[in-house]
Design a protein. Structure first.
Length: 415
């Protein structure tokens, strides 16, 4: 094992973590055994879903979604990111963290381009002073300095930070570009543009990054230690967001409402016509020629046509269209081999919790369109007429437009 890869707890464990981790520090669960083959990334994503969703709807993120932030606030946000990424990228190398290092993902230079654009030629001195005056930034950096002596914890920082910008950056970059009247990747919004990652290919790059992270060799002790660190990274990030929000606190929009065009929140009513489809019939609802897009989750059909940019042909998550996604979402996977597994059952309380959270999250955005007939003798004859209708012709008239688009945090973005 390379130097620094120890399970010692230099990453201090906050008191509030004790209850959350209490049942996970003893003997491995059934899913713990499976994680040796399924990959550590799924294990971590499942156990940080609550923290991820909390940061996704932080008041500062809501200001970005609504484009109600000031340039000063946004520059302050970039300053904090620059300090954190520069510290991380000064430590993470191809030697220290070969599994997660990719020079094309490095963000420091892009952030410096943005800060030069927003703060002017003297940006560096101003940014350094702003970072020194930020208690949240100094707190983050102090924790990172503790973690930097351990290569596995360095990998944990990279795992969260790069996946966040890769998966959530597409939408955030779009909002910031609109606010600042800039084109994608221009100075000012270069932070969200990755060299070598084409439009619509961000999800595929996230999946490759998860596979690279899965190559890490982790003991049970090391894995539990990294979970504590990841949750602390989320907590530290919330403090960074709070500082930016407090500079000019203005109401924003929740992620759901923002993706819904700012319409009133609340789950959409079920589609007026409820379907019962076999798996073979469901496979036809993939959005071709402007048709409906359905997917099945825990036996329910969801009409995700409003998210056609993501789920439709050519979209980042088109592989989920017309398929049963229960196992994929509960285990945090976008592997095609785990689609349409109607016999799958949760292997642990973590998978059960993840499934409940996904059902709640998606049903807040998309209307229920019926149920999946799991019977092996279900007919393959589908309602071809319905298949050709648009979502608007089959949804309840009063239903608000469902929210589409992705959310920061890797495969969680399939929201």
């Amino acid at each position: 094992r390379p130097a620094g890869r120890t399970g010692s707890s230099a990453c201090a464990r906050p008191l509030w973590e004790a209850g959350l981790l209490g049942g996970q520090l003893g003997a491995m669960s059934k899913y713990g055994q499976l994680s040796r083959t399924n990959g550590h990334s799924k294990w971590f994503l499942q156990r940080t879903l609550v923290e991820h969703d909390k940061t996704m709807d932080d008041p500062w993120m809501q200001m970005i979604y609504k484009q109600s932030f000031s340039v000063k606030q946004y520059a302050a946000w970039l300053v904090r990111n620059h300090a954190c990424f520069a510290a991380m990228e000064n430590k993470i190398t191809e030697t220290s963290c070969p599994e997660v290092y990719d020079q094309k993902l490095l963000r420091t230079a892009a952030l410096e381009t943005d800060l030069h654009q927003l703060l002017g030629v003297s940006w560096r001195g101003e940014a350094e002073q702003m970072a020194r005056d930020s208690p949240a930034t100094q707190n983050y950096l102090a924790h990172f300095e503790e973690d930097s002596t351990n290569n596995l914890r360095l990998a944990a920082h990279a795992f969260l930070q790069y996946n966040a910008v890769l998966s959530g950056g597409t939408y955030l970059g779009k909002m910031v570009s609109a606010k600042l009247s800039l084109v994608k990747g221009a100075p000012g919004v270069a932070f969200y543009a990755f060299l070598g990652v084409g439009d619509g290919k961000e999800a595929a790059r996230v999946q490759q990054y998860l596979k690279d992270f899965d190559k890490l060799s982790l003991s049970d002790e090391e894995r539990d230690d990294l979970l504590v660190c990841m949750r602390r990274i989320y907590a530290d990030t919330e403090e960074l967001m709070k500082e930016c929000f407090d500079l000019n606190p203005v109401a924003g929009l929740s992620y759901n409402a923002a993706k819904d065009g700012g319409s009133p929140e609340g789950p959409p009513p079920p589609c007026s016509e409820q379907l019962e489809l076999s798996l073979a019939e469901l496979h036809g609802y993939i959005g071709e020629d402007g048709g409906r897009i359905l997917m099945s989750l825990a036996g329910e059909l969801l009409d995700v046509s409003a998210g056609s940019e993501m789920y439709g042909p050519g979209g980042s998550y088109a592989l989920l269209a017309g398929r049963d996604v229960t196992r994929c979402l509960a285990t945090m996977s976008l592997e095609s081999s785990e689609l349409d597994d109607l016999a799958w059952e949760p292997d642990s309380s973590e998978e059960e919790q993840a499934l409940v959270q996904w059902r709640t999250k998606l049903k807040e955005k998309y209307p229920v369109a019926g149920s999946l007939n799991k019977s092996p003798v279900a007919t393959d004859a589908g309602p071809e007429g319905l298949r050709q209708r648009t979502a608007a012709s089959t949804s309840a008239p009063s239903a608000p437009a469902a929210a589409g688009g992705g959310a920061p945090g890797g495969p969680r973005g399939a929201a």
